[in-house]
Design a protein around this ligand. Structure first.
Ligand code: COA
Length: 189
């Protein structure tokens, strides 16, 4: 079972295991609600109906999955900001040494390169734990998310055609699969 560190220090940010507390749920819901227009096109759970109870339940789930080694969700923080967004490692395939990375950041902190820094911290930790392949899936229309993957040096494996039924739009959308292999990983200075 993977056993990553709970705190990962970067140059500007610190990734911290998402804790299950009401305080954290309050921080989470505030940023979700502030960023709904930017989150909702890409993250099915981000709707106006999403409430603090959902945040708390989400954090409980994160905590349980961490204990089980099933998913690892970190909160993106700085010295001054206790919650900017989250980055998760999930869909863990132990035999294939492959995991998926998912992320979002509050709109007020986007556009500063924080997610690229978060991805590079995850790479360092999880390649360091022996993984061989990290995957990022992005909706083909989500240019900003694809840019994170591209700028972090991920290669487009291909496009999964119409693999995602978007309830709000009542249509299928295509998904990019980006990946980085351990042999391609160069630790950033
Ligand atoms: C996609 C998303 C995670 C990007 O987050 P981000 O922190 O803005 O991403 P980055 O770290 O790549 O930074 C992006 C920008 O910061 C700029 N930047 C500013 N300072 C920088 C620095 N010091 N280092 C690197 N980039 C910097 C980059 O040039 C880049 O600009 P560009 O988008 O015009 O090319 C964010 O927009 C988001 O949460 N979107 C909604 C949810 C979502 O789509 N999640 C992903 C689902 S697959």
């Amino acid at each position: 079972m993977l056993n990553p560190r709970q705190i990962l220090h970067g140059k500007r940010i610190v990734l911290v295991k998402a804790e299950k507390s009401f305080e954290m749920a309050k921080l989470h819901i505030a940023e979700v609600q502030d960023s709904l227009p930017e989150l909702s096109p890409w993250l099915g759970w981000a709707t106006p109906e999403y409430k603090i109870e959902d945040s708390y339940e989400y954090l409980l789930g994160c905590n349980q999955k961490w204990e089980e080694g099933a998913d690892f969700t970190y909160v993106i923080t700085t010295e001054d900001i206790p919650f900017m967004g989250t980055i998760s490692v999930f869909n863990i395939k132990e035999k294939d040494k492959c995991v998926e990375i998912g992320y979002w950041i509050s709109t007020k902190y986007a556009g500063n390169g924080y997610m690229q820094e978060a991805v590079s911290l995850i790479e360092k930790e999880f390649f360091g734990l022996g993984l061989n392949r990290l995957v990022i899936h992005t909706d083909v229309l989500n240019i900003k998310s694809a840019n994170v993957a591209k700028k972090c040096g991920y290669i487009l494996d291909g496009i999964q055609r119409q693999n995602n039924w978007v309830v709000a739009e009542e249509r299928y959308r295509d998904t990019n699969t980006f990946s980085k292999l351990k042999s391609e990983y160069v630790e950033s200075k």
